[in-house]
Design a protein around this ligand. Structure first.
Ligand code: BES
Ligand code: ZN
Length: 460
């Protein structure tokens, strides 16, 4: 391994220059005007995979954005890693809050700033460089690897479940490796063993066929903005508990042992609150902040639109009001069932004075893995070798929908080894990745392949 480490250390700065090219492509999957950029990014990903020495690299079309596939299968008898990541990124608005342009990656104080730096191009690239170091120095990898890099993660991975089902045999492996999450804290590397699921819906409320003069008609009809506000206000009680009947029925309670582990983590609540700029934290009564974010479901309003919001005043009763809302789910909640419960409650509480339309947008199941899994343990050793420190085990509040599909369809465990940071500004202005973590992450990934290569395969 020492020749591989030398190679990685020698090329440290070169990697950052290369990553800048990847980050320059505005592969925003949510915006149709970027469809060409998304495709160009898929092609860039494929070219890079060929450059580092992967084989059988190709774009595979889906009804949405292409999946990029590549492999190296020259280690008979050794386990096979299915590596998953995404080359699409989130929109950049509000763009005026970026201190440097989102698609001109800029290094400031040891961090690289750009959309996709942490989520997820930087972390995918880290694995590319680890593979390259092995292949360039040794001509081989210590494991077999299949790479599946998708372009729709940020819009709910709508076509990926079908893709995985259709390519079930091609994707056969022993374990999935993913780097698409933050580590617990700066200086505290971690392995994530749980993700929340998601249900995302849009609510449209209509009061009248057109906007109305609020003097001539105010008092005669219901105001849809008001109706929507009243609907949303009935989603949670004052203690932060969701009021949708049946919502908690399938929630697996947090066990005492797990709660005790959470309490041992170096979490500083006041620092956390101050970093967020919140006057006071708020969440479900009876749970700590980490428990609320990792182990309990939530309901959130993601966007709200109604009436006149420009400068000045306009006396109007809006015809329509709209909200985008989502619920994060924990084991064993099912997205479809949760959406049904939500819809039933919404219909029940919507006043007859307005018309309601509900559109289900996307969803994903929650996921959790066992900590005594040998692949998780191998990742622990690799991280210790890369970061000089044992990782802690954490859950996360975010979602990666395909992880539970890998479990259900391919029967595979996943190892989530992320090197982002909680303040990485994912999905926000000034997204960044710490370059020290990027570098250590390349080393840890190189060790990870070696560690997994020493385990017994279950597929051979
Ligand atoms: N990288 C995140 C997932 C993530 C976030 C994991 C925080 C752990 C902690 C991923 O790219 C993401 O943002 N996923 C979406 C999924 C959604 C669109 C279905 C999310 O969580 O909102
Ligand atoms: Zn994301």
């Amino acid at each position: 391994m020492s020749n591989i480490l030398d190679f990685i250390n020698t090329n440290r700065d070169q990697y950052v220059d290369e990553l800048k090219h990847y980050l320059a492509i505005p592969s925003i999957s949510a915006l149709p005007q970027h469809a060409g950029d998304v495709r160009r990014c898929a092609e860039w990903t494929a070219d890079e995979m060929r450059r580092i020495g992967l084989q059988n690299v190709r774009l595979i079309d889906t009804p949405g954005n292409p999946v990029v596939y590549g492999e190296w299968l020259g280690a008979p008898g050794a386990p096979t890693i299915l590596f998953y990541g995404h080359y699409d990124v989130q929109p950049v608005d509000p763009v005026e809050l970026w201190e440097s342009p989102p698609f001109e990656a800029t290094v400031r104080e040891g961090e690289i700033y750009a959309r996709g730096a942490a989520d997820d191009k930087g972390q995918v690239f880290m694995h590319f460089k680890a593979v390259e170091a092995h292949l360039k120095q040794n001509g081989r990898l210590p494991v077999n690897m299949k790479f599946l890099i998708e372009g729709e993660e940020e819009v709910g991975s709508e076509h990926l479940d079908d893709f995985v089902r259709q390519h079930k045999d091609d994707l056969a492996a022993d374990v999935v490796v993913i780097s698409d999450s933050p580590m617990f804290d700066r200086g505290v590397p971690s392995i994530c063993y749980g993700l929340r699921g998601l249900v995302y819906v849009q609510i449209d409320v209509r009061g009248t066929k057109s906007d109305l003069h609020s003097g001539s008609f105010g008092g005669a009809v219901a105001n849809p903005a008001m109706a929507l506000a009243q609907i949303l206000a009935q989603m949670k009680d004052r203690g932060g508990r969701i009021k949708v009947p049946g919502f908690y029925d399938d929630v697996r309670p947090l066990g005492e042992a797990e709660r005790a582990e959470f309490r041992k983590l170096p979490f500083h609540e006041t620092r956390y609150r101050k970093e967020l700029g919140a006057p006071k934290l708020f969440g479900e009564r009876g749970y700590t902040t980490l428990e609320r974010v990792w182990g309990r479901p939530t309901f959130e309003v993601n966007g709200l639109l109604a009436g006149f919001t420009g400068e000045g005043a306009k006396t109007v009763i809006p015809a329509v009001a709209m909200a985008k809302v989502s619920m994060r789910l924990v084991p064993n909640q099912e997205p479809d069932k949760t959406a049904d419960l939500f819809e039933a409650y919404l219909k029940k509480i919507t006043p007859r004075t307005v018309e309601l339309k509900l559109t289900r947008m996307h969803g994903g199941r929650p996921w959790m893995t066992e900590l005594d899994n040998p692949f998780v343990q191998a990742a622990g050793r690799a991280i210790e070798r890369g970061f000089g420190q044992r990782p802690v085990f954490n859950r996360e509040g975010g979602s990666i929908p395909v992880v539970s599909t890998f479990q259900q369809v391919l029967g595979l465990p996943s190892v989530l080894f992320g090197v982002g940071l909680p303040d990485e500004n994912a999905h926000a202005p000034n997204e960044k990745l710490d370059l020290g973590n990027f570098h250590n992450g390349i080393i840890a990934s190189a060790f990870l392949y070696e560690e997994i290569g020493q385990l017994a395969t279950v597929t051979a």
